[in-house]
Design a protein around this ligand. Sequence first.
Ligand code: FBP
Ligand code: MG
Ligand code: MG
Length: 360
Amino acid sequence: MPLSQRTTLTQFLIEQRRRFPQASGDFNALILDIALACKAIAGSVAYGALGGVLGAQAGSINVQGEEQKKLDVISNELFIRACEWGGHLAGMASEEMDEPYAIPPHYPRGKYLLVFDPLDGSSNIDVNVSVGSIFSVLRAPQAVVDGERPLQAQDFLQPGERQVAAGYALYGPSTMLVLSVGTGVHGFTLDPQLGEFFLSHPDIRVPEKTQEFAINASNSRFWEPPVKRYVDECLAGKTGPRGKDFNMRWIASMVAEAHRIFMRGGVFLYPRDTKDPSKPGRLRLLYEANPIGYLMEQAGGRASTGREPMLQVQPTSLHQRIGLVFGSREEVERIEQYHREPARVRDDIPLFAERTLFRD
Ligand SMILES: O=P(O)(O)OC[C@H]1O[C@](O)(COP(=O)(O)O)[C@@H](O)[C@@H]1O
Ligand SMILES: [Mg+2]
Ligand SMILES: [Mg+2]
């Protein structure tokens, strides 16, 4: 497509801003700073083994007790450096930082908070499989914006429905930025020669019906009954109560699974399970579940804990983990319904009950 007919991310944001004549432009500038961080991370990821950091351990442990890869740390740093000086933020929080990052006093302070997972799917770095970054934008409390009190972790503990914007970058065969500023979900593809994101997927909608699910089946013995039931019914295929065959995928980069679901539908589950009673789920509420949940809802899909809508959960801590189910609306609603129904033994599905495929 000729350059003159392409819409850049900047042009798209200007267009969106026309709807809010009173807007200061801070928000657009923040999104462009985030896009810059993502371009820089895409660059580091693309060097692969030649960059010397691919898969290398940083020699440190993050607040989750996970070993940090050099690229986790570098990506975190790139987010901070790209976004701290513009005057749009009052603070940031990330998977890779134990405590919130307050904007240094020599930079102007702004009215937003940025929460991010700088590199999602880190375990895939070593094997050159897609990884991504996930981000969420919240409003900062006025007292913090005005400098009346310092930033606290508490300031980030806002339910997902209060997000102002959310998005992710996917470092796959092509680099994409998928974004919602509250007016649907729009996808931009990076032109690597021009270093510019162009609108390539306007108004993404998640198909309502699907025959594809994604779950880490190695955890099956820890699943709760509603999840076992759902998966067993999918596996039973045409001969089971669903009356149709399902396909399964597992990339182990949630951001890549989410992208597949935005493109062609499906459902993703990383549910609460009994594997480690101290961890109610694997994924993190503030910088994984909420931004993806916001995007899903904006695209007509649904995100849930299984028990309640994800975006209504009141966070209790910065690095809180949670059970997460998202994707095509009908499937997520079905899973929620299974959570509401009392556990029951199904003898109409041979794979379920005693001889389930997924039971020890
Ligand atoms: O080890 P598992 O169960 O496959 O976990 C995969 C999950 O872990 C994650 O990689 C966690 O994200 P981080 O890489 O940011 O820690 C998700 O993207 C993914 O869904
Ligand atoms: Mg992650
Ligand atoms: Mg991460």
